[in-house]
Design a protein around this ligand. Structure first.
Ligand code: TXA
Ligand code: MG
Length: 307
């Protein structure tokens, strides 16, 4: 665990067991490490990730807990329940773990190896299931090795996961609770707590709450002009690689070296920096549509979709 914690502190990736499935963990405060998760999973989209913490007290450093969230945490943590809650402004978490949203998904895993890793690292660990995009979630260390192999710095092997199904995801960021994903904490359990709870998975045609599926997900206030080969004086400019000569007075470069992992790590913070009312639009340089570039372009297109 000492080695695993050191790898995380160094910005590396550690696959670790939880009672649900194996997770692909990184320091949730480190943009570059979180971007690396998406690169390794080869995920074409930035879905927000679950942040794993030791207990309710640490969780409360990162998100706003109301009475509902506290009650559920006391009842089901540690365990297979993830709660989506408003991010605290001072939380220090990477914007990428929330995919630019104002909420964060938090979970306290019960598995002793996960708990030992969290205690050793003494920080928040963002972790999606430790499989390549599109593959089934891993419930044994060998599944992780088969799917991700040498792309992970360390795989902690603690045998098969006892539940073998991802955690229940409950959105408590709005007025009424809403289940975003079913898991071992059941709809019946939640109904017993709150009365009938909305189920976003029940009606695929209904209002989809899982942000990965939303067309307009993270939107800037300014319109985005994509694939911009130039930027006007009244446009902010988001560059990639060699910046074009421009009269823009606000320029951020996602990666002057043209590195897509660095670009992903910078994306949400730079969009926020440039989203200022004195400009007419944000001109965005073309991003290569390969590797992490696909996820970056997916997110830029969604942000550019007029609401
Ligand atoms: O059992 C689990 O939950 C495993 C283990 C490793 O903890 N993790 C896992 O993570 O399944 P992942 O990234 O594969 O699934 C996270 C789910 C996604 O459906 C995502 O859309 C949702 O949680 N989610 C995360 N943050 C969210 C947010 N801020 N708002 C809405 N949904 C969110
Ligand atoms: Mg998954």
């Amino acid at each position: 665990m000492v080695e695993a914690a050191a790898i995380l502190a160094d910005g590396g990736l550690v696959a670790f067991p939880t009672e649900t499935v194996y997770g692909l963990g990184a320091d949730a405060r480190n943009d570059k490490a979180v971007a690396h998760i998406f690169a390794v999973k080869n995920r074409p989209q930035f879905n927000p990730l679950i942040v794993h913490v030791e207990n309710l007290d640490t969780a409360a450093e990162y998100a706003e807990f109301d009475n509902r969230a506290r009650t559920l945490a006391e009842k089901y943590w540690p365990g297979p329940l993830t709660m989506v809650l408003p991010r605290r402004a001072d939380c220090g978490l990477s914007l990428l773990v929330s995919a630019g949203l104002d909420t964060v998904a938090l979970r306290v895993p019960a598995h002793t190896a996960a708990q030992a890793l969290l205690a050793g690292f003494a920080g928040p660990i963002s972790a999606p299931s430790a499989n390549a995009s599109g593959a089934v979630s891993p419930t044994r260390a060998e599944h992780v090795a088969q799917s991700l192999g040498d792309k992970v710095d360390l795989i902690i092997d603690a045998g098969p996961c006892s539940i073998g199904l991802e955690s229940t995801v409950l959105d408590l960021s709005g007025e009424s609770p809403c289940v975003l994903r079913h898991g071992a904490v059941t709809l019946e359990d939640l109904n017993a707590e709150f009365g009938p709870v909305a189920d976003a998975t029940a009606d695929p045609a209904g209002p989809v709450k899982s942000p990965g599926m939303l067309a307009r997900h993270y939107a800037t206030r300014l319109p985005l002009r994509l694939d911009a080969m130039s930027a006007a004086p009244d446009e902010a400019y988001l560059a990639f690689g060699d910046p074009v000569p421009t009269d823009s007075t606000a320029i951020e470069n996602l990666s002057s070296a043209g590195d897509l992992t660095e670009a992903a790590a910078n994306l949400f913070a730079m969009l926020r920096t440039l989203d200022r009312p004195q400009f007419r639009a944000i001109a965005v340089a073309p991003i290569p549509d390969q590797g992490l570039g696909r996820a970056i372009n997916d997110r830029l297109r969604r942000a550019a979709t007029p609401g």
